[in-house]
Design a protein around this ligand. Structure first.
Ligand code: NDP
Length: 258
């Protein structure tokens, strides 16, 4: 296999579906992939939010499309993957980014929130992965990037069920690789540290937490969502052609340090 180093990171001609990309990390990754040449399909349950995000990317001269399935509605995922492939083209890259978080003392953790966390963060990623993998297997190539978390390596108070979902993502990534690499697929994960997004708004507003985070993180600060783009472009492009089943931590050194 010959690779030209100049085009290693190019995503020209590739189509990427990014779940949960109307805002936050998903939107930053969609923009980053599009700026490297990909056509991107933005997704989320809030059609207005997704439409605004798509309009913003198009205004910047990027190629963007809309998808509004809920990752917990497996029939809707299957139907929309079929629609995207028929109307726009083959999906080359899937980023399983849609996720939710809920905090509560473990002894009082509501069962419905446990179910919602696993159905969105784990089952949603599994099902969207399965839906695109069938076609990727038939074509003998494809990239799936699962968004995990440093929480797969750390335990923090009041967040154990979310932590468990992200541990599952780390091993789902290994399992997808084990089963699908032989068909030419690459499945890797990005595990972000702490980033300033809506999901973390309560923590961003909490000065005590920010002080702890700055002390606990070797880089001494929160991450900015654009700092995840490089990892996503690497894993989505030919630059990572022999990387498989790997989880890439983008966390300012948090998991390297006790
Ligand atoms: P946000 O809450 O800002 O964004 C989450 C996105 O997921 C929203 O666009 C939301 O859109 C979408 N979403 C939620 N549920 C569903 C669903 N059932 N179907 C489709 N889309 C859904 O979070 P972040 O951007 O911070 O997080 C993105 C990912 O990164 C998550 O997987 C999160 O766990 C992970 N992560 C985040 C970290 C951080 O520091 N921010 C750290 C580590 C991991 P809508 O509600 O419109 O459907």
């Amino acid at each position: 296999m010959a690779l030209t180093s100049k085009s290693l990171f190019s995503l020209d001609g590739r189509l990427a579906l990014i779940t949960g990309s109307g805002q936050g990390i998903g939107l930053a990754l969609a923009r980053g992939l599009a700026e490297h040449g990909a056509s991107v399909v933005l997704n989320g349950r809030d059609a207005g939010k997704v439409a605004n995000a798509v309009a913003g990317l198009r205004d910047a001269g990027l190629k963007a499309h809309t998808s509004t399935f809920d990752v917990t509605d497996f029939r809707a995922v299957d139907a929309d993957v079929a629609r995207i492939e028929a109307e726009i083209g083959p999906i080359d890259i899937l980023i399983n980014n849609a996720g939710v978080q809920f905090r509560a003392p473990l002894e009082d953790f509501p069962e419905e929130q446990w179910e919602r966390l696993f159905k969105t963060n784990v089952s949603g990623a599994f099902h969207a992965g399965k839906a695109v993998a069938r076609n990727m297997i038939a074509r003998g190539k494809g990239k799936i990037i699962n968004i995990g978390s440093v929480q797969s390596e750390l335990a923090r108070p009041n967040i154990a069920p979310y932590t468990a979902t992200k541990g599952a993502i780390r091993n789902l990534t290994r399992g997808m690789c084990t089963d699908w690499a032989k068909y030419g697929l690459q499945i890797n994960a990005i595990a972000p540290g702490y980033f300033r997004t809506e999901m973390n708004q309560a923590l961003v507003d909490n000065q005590e937490f920010s002080a702890w985070l700055e002390k606990r993180t070797p880089a001494g600060r929160w991450g900015y969502v654009d700092e995840l783009i490089g990892a996503a472009v690497f894993l989505a492009s030919d630059a990572s052609s022999f990387v498989n089943g790997h989880t890439l931590y983008v966390d300012g050194g948090m998991t390297a340090s006790v």
